[in-house]
Write a protein that binds this ligand. Structure first.
Ligand code: ATP
Length: 241
């Protein structure tokens, strides 16, 4: 279980809170969608959870481990086991999709492997299995520059899984994609939650959040204003964000 308590984040010299006393608990296999108006703190929340930005207050407990009390080893655990997917994931476009999956993200991979692209043969088999399961086998040997936006997002998800991600934090992963790609990326994330017990937290527009989320968290002015499971939002809830 993952437990976030009193997460607060300030900005500027006047210490304006952009996240204010956020408390969330989440479990394996949940597909949590985060909704809220522009500037409500959605991306900051994901960046805090990915430890891409400093927390000013709060505790972070993952499967019984107090991440901040464990110091650097706690942070390494999160960076290795949690994947943070940006809107436009970083890839070496000259490398094939397969190579990008194998080499991984910088936070998950030793520097020499990033630099040389060297991989072991059992890594190769594992990566091909994951790529196949995500429906991209025929694209594995394409240069990443030749893939569509939706295919690149799926390759980013494959990369996260090959490197053992148990939690995927995805910030607006379907922005700019066509309807078919949106469906394939979100169905893939939903299936991973159901079948592999991966936990996904993703920022999505309201309509997609309702369609794909098992749980919807609403943010307004850096605060959680609702946290609902297994149903659509009421008009009153929609008006809160
Ligand atoms: N590094 C920063 N310096 C100053 N202000 C920041 C910084 N990061 C975020 N903010 C401010 O914090 C607030 C929350 O930003 P955040 O990007 O988390 O919102 P969001 O809900 O993801 O917005 P959007 O939907 O427009 O992407 C915004 O008002 C933003 O301007």
């Amino acid at each position: 279980m993952i437990k976030v308590e009193h997460l607060t984040k300030f900005i500027g010299i006047d210490k304006q809170p952009i996240l204010h006393d956020v408390n969330i608990q989440f479990h394996k296999g949940e597909m949590i969608t985060i909704v809220g108006g522009s500037g409500s703190g959605k991306s900051t929340l994901l960046r805090c959870l990915a430890l891409r930005t400093k927390w000013d207050e709060g505790t972070f407990n993952v499967d019984g481990d107090d991440i901040f009390k464990r110091g650097i080893s706690g942070k390494i655990k999160i960076k290795r086991q949690w994947a943070y997917l940006e809107q436009s994931p970083y890839f070496n476009l000259k490398r094939t999709a397969l190579k990008n999956v194998l080499v991984g993200q910088s936070s998950q991979t030793p520097w020499w492997r990033m630099l040389t692209g060297m991989v072991r043969s059992d890594d190769y088999m594992g990566a091909m299995d994951v790529i196949e399961s995500l429906g991209l086998l025929e694209k594995a040997h394409f240069k990443t520059s030749q893939l569509s936006g939706g295919e690149r997002q799926r390759i980013a998800i494959a990369r996260a899984l090959v490197h053992g991600a148990q939690v995927i934090l995805a910030d607006e992963p379907v922005v700019g994609l066509d309807p078919k790609s949106i469906e394939s990326v979100l169905e893939l994330l939903r299936d991973l939650c159901k079948e592999e017990r991966v936990t996904v937290l993703t920022v999505l527009p309201l309509e997609l959040a309702e369609r794909y989320g098992t749980r919807i968290i609403g943010l307004s002015n850096g605060k959680i204003v609702f946290d609902v499971k297994g149903r659509r939002l009421t008009h009153a809830e929609k008006n809160m964000i």
